[in-house]
Design a protein around this ligand. Structure first.
Ligand code: NAG
Ligand code: NAG
Length: 429
């Protein structure tokens, strides 16, 4: 993977295109894209090439997903740790892993063998457990195709409770998705390759998504009585809670970054008795809620099930740094990088819009449709050249900073320092 990492900054140049591609694969144009859950097997028609080229205002502004320092502080204070962190193995030790994937019959997961072959047995120490939701003939399948990926994940734990790998990684079947990490090219392959088993062992539970939106800083309010269309699961949560955790008081907030992809240590999984997983799965098998609702509920329950905390919103820079080894040096440096990156994307999008406009004007003029040409917005003179200059400068800056961040993360001392963890000479990641 070191090859890929070196290429990372170069790939950022084409990131906008990729992001648009993924966006349109998974969501409807014009809808609030980032609120749409990534359901298994959710397919959609994309936009026309013209819509993409026109640079309509469709780029998500992920800056909103960045917590303010006050928000972060509040989260850190709110989070009561009710379990003891795990202890990583001696530095340089190997970790076994299992990649647990939920997929539909028609979905293609050959990217796993193609891109992660060297991590898989026999060369590596990783196994896969691919649950085919809608194929009762598949070697691994859930008892019922219900509750989206939650049913597969729970089935895996129930069926392998005694034979777990050091690290279990729970993910969806598609390689690219908007809910994957932006700084890892939205690519599940990078997330799996970069994931630090030591970090997962320490944390016990790690949400694989570093970005806060949607899901943090505070998302579901189980006491809410009004229907919120963006969170339809909110209103039924208190009913579900009583059935799922009859002994536990209803928390006032349930929050974590969205979308149901996470990693767990063996110890953390086993901290919860097997019978509890069985009971939770039974609930999922029986519940009259639609898959949409029950699947969504679980997106915000996993952190509670595995850690007992209703809120899990780690700082984004520490998630990237200690979780994946992408270290910008601190929260401010991380923010500055994101800012530059968003301006780059913003300018790229504006430039493609100007190009499109010019083409439309030329075309209409050539074809003698002068009235139509006159209707089109005329780009500001020289704006495109100014944009090209900016884009060039920002791209270079983004490339250099990303390269540095990966480099910094190679040193375990840097990772510890960035997240304020004690580190002594000879300690590993
Ligand atoms: C780790 O695994 C590799 C092969 O997967 C093996 O060559 C190496 O000896 C192992 N290291 C330790 C410390 O067990
Ligand atoms: C799955 O995708 C790969 C490319 O990643 C392709 O080579 C293969 O033919 C596809 N398999 C099926 C069954 O569509």
């Amino acid at each position: 993977m070191s090859m890929n990492r070196r290429l990372a900054p170069l790939l950022i140049a084409s990131f906008t295109t990729l992001l648009l591609f993924i966006l349109f694969q998974t969501t409807h144009l014009g809808q609030s894209w980032h609120r749409i859950p990534q359901a298994i097997g959710l397919g959609d028609k994309g936009p026309t090439a013209e819509q993409i080229a026109s640079g309509e205002n469709i780029l998500p502004d992920l800056r909103e997903s960045r917590p303010s320092p006050e928000e972060q502080k509040k989260q850190d204070e709110l989070k009561e740790t009710v379990f003891t962190p795990g202890v990583p193995k001696t530095p340089g030790s190997n970790y076994t892993r299992t990649l647990v994937i939920a997929r539909m019959k028609e979905e293609n997961t050959s990217w796993i063998e193609e891109k992660l072959g060297n991590m898989l047995r026999p060369t590596g120490l990783m196994d896969t457990a691919i649950y085919v939701m809608d194929d009762p003939e598949a070697p691994l399948h859930p008892p019922l195709n219900k509750g989206h990926e939650a049913m597969a994940y729970l089935s895996y734990i129930v069926e392998h409770y005694e034979s777990l790998a050091d690290i279990s990684i729970f993910m969806h079947s598609h390689r690219f998705g908007w809910h994957n990490n932006e700084l890892q090219n939205l690519d599940a392959v990078w997330m799996i390759t970069d994931l630090s088993p030591e970090h997962v062992t320490r944390q016990g539970y790690m949400n694989l998504r570093c970005h806060w939106d949607p899901g943090c800083p505070d998302w579901l309010h189980p006491e809410a009585t009004e229907l919120n269309l963006e969170k339809q699961e909110e209103r039924v949560l208190s009913d579900a809670w009583v059935e799922l955790f009859p002994e536990d008081p209803l928390p006032s907030v349930l929050s974590q970054p969205c979308c149901g992809q996470f990693a767990l240590s063996k110890e953390r999984i086993r901290e919860v008795p097997l019978q509890e997983y069985i009971d939770i799965r039974d609930w999922l098998l029986r519940t009259p809620f639609t898959d949409y609702i029950s699947g969504r509920i679980f997106e915000y329950l996993w952190q509670y099930i595995f850690t007992g905390n209703s809120i899990e919103c780690p700082a984004m820079h520490s998630c990237y740094c200690d979780g994946y080894g992408i270290c910008f040096g601190g929260p401010d440096e991380f923010d500055r990088y994101l800012d530059t990156r968003y301006w780059l994307m913003h300018y790229q999008s504006e430039l493609s819009h100007i190009k499109w406009l010019k083409e439309q004007i030329d075309k209409a003029t050539v074809e003698g449709r002068f009235d139509e040409a006159a209707q089109l917005e005329v780009p500001e003179f020289g704006r495109d050249e100014w944009l090209i200059e900016r884009i060039d400068a920002y791209r270079k800056e983004v490339e250099v900073k990303a390269e540095d961040a990966w480099e910094r993360g190679r040193d375990p001392a840097n990772r510890a320092k960035e997240v304020g963890r004690e580190w002594r000479e000879g300690d590993g990641f």
